[in-house]
Ligand binder design. Structure first.
Ligand SMILES: [Zn+2]
Length: 345
């Protein structure tokens, strides 16, 4: 079921210093179903280890390729984090439709879909930008009642709470990775005039294409076949690629690109170094967004690795780059933005 990873995928050292446990989430739930094993047993196998040499956190056991494939083909074929950045998936209307679905599923005793709509409702509520004490109190109480399936309470109160939903929190799943703060950071670190091409890899929807929308910049999306990630496929019913801006070209491999944005992607890769040697050839800058364990205090079981300043410095050195500036913590989120600059730039 699992393969064993003997040494650090970044530096090759076999020494490790710390073990970090995983929490249950939807992916441990899927894996339990696919492997027909107890969820705790799976989480225990997917524990995280920190390399004593380069500080990369990685998993020493990892599900075989065919099982990972199943997650992204059968169980979670659509990328919620990408599609949720579309306006139609957030707001009062969306919440009301989810509540109605929840009530139907609860009434028909469809446990799995009932739990799914609950998770989606809670995700919207927790991603709502509204810091008033009143909202937070009402929201927390509503979530508590929803979690205990108090349908009467939900029925009487969902309109009140849905009227309080205006816009999503910055850097929440419904906003993606674009903000004035990121634009400001890019402006202070790189000269846009020197950028003639910009590409992103991973999800076509949650990145920062708009900042690079200039008449002299060609924009691309790099499509690769990564097993531990959502598939990019125009033939699928709901797929992020269908909403990519029309003038952004899709390519599978590009020789020269000035700036590549890699947002929340390298933590999915079993062999991160291969990305930098096989897919990318002549790049001047990388913009990387990584979840920071010291901020999040968690590592999700579907993420193969977790990166910090030290491991990213190690990676930079190995590929002939250096970290350009102090990384930017995105708002008060769990993410940091790093710019890697080619050594001769
Ligand atoms: Zn290492």
């Amino acid at each position: 079921m699992f393969k064993v990873i003997e040494k650090c995928p970044l530096c090759g050292s076999k020494k490790w210093s710390k073990i970090i446990k995983n929490n249950k989430n939807i992916y441990s739930f899927f894996l339990a179903k696919i492997l027909n094993l107890n969820e705790h047993y799976i989480l225990n196998n997917l524990k995280n280890f920190q390399c004593s040499n380069c500080t990369l956190i990685y998993k020493k056991k990892w599900p075989l390729r065919k099982y990972i494939k199943k997650i992204y083909s059968d169980h979670q074929p659509n990328h919620p984090g990408g599609l949720n950045t579309l306006k139609k998936n957030f707001g009062k209307k969306k919440l009301i439709s989810l509540i109605n679905k929840y009530k139907d599923f609860a009434y028909n005793k469809n446990y799995e879909l009932c739990e799914k709509s609950k998770r989606e409702i809670i995700k919207i509520l927790n991603s709502t930008e509204n810091s008033s004490k009143n909202f937070i109190k009402i929201k927390n109480y509503f979530i508590e009642k929803l979690n205990s399936d108090n349908i009467d309470y939900v029925n009487k109160n969902y309109l009140i709470i849905s009227n309080m939903i205006k816009k999503p929190k910055i850097y929440s799943q419904f906003s993606g990775f674009r903000s004035n703060e990121i634009s400001e950071y890019l402006r202070s670190t790189i000269k846009l005039k020197n950028i003639n091409s910009y590409a992103e890899i991973g999800c076509p929807l949650w990145g920062n294409y708009d900042y690079f929308k200039k008449s002299w910049i060609k924009r691309y999306f790099i499509k690769i076949n990564e097993v531990n990630f959502w598939k990019v496929d125009r033939k699928k019913k709901e797929n992020c690629i269908k909403y990519l801006q029309k003038d952004i070209k899709v390519a599978s491999n590009l020789n020269k690109i000035d700036f590549v944005g890699i947002y929340n992607f390298i933590d999915h890769l079993e062999n991160p170094l291969r990305l930098f040697s096989n897919v990318f050839k002549d790049i001047n800058y990388y913009g990387l967004i990584c979840e920071d364990y010291n901020l999040s205090k968690k590592i999700d079981c579907q993420h193969f690795s977790s990166w910090n300043y030290k491991s990213l410095s190690f990676l930079s050195k190995k590929i002939g780059f250096k970290i350009a500036d102090k990384p930017l913590r995105l708002g008060n989120s769990i993410y940091k933005y790093y710019i890697l600059k080619k050594n001769d730039k």
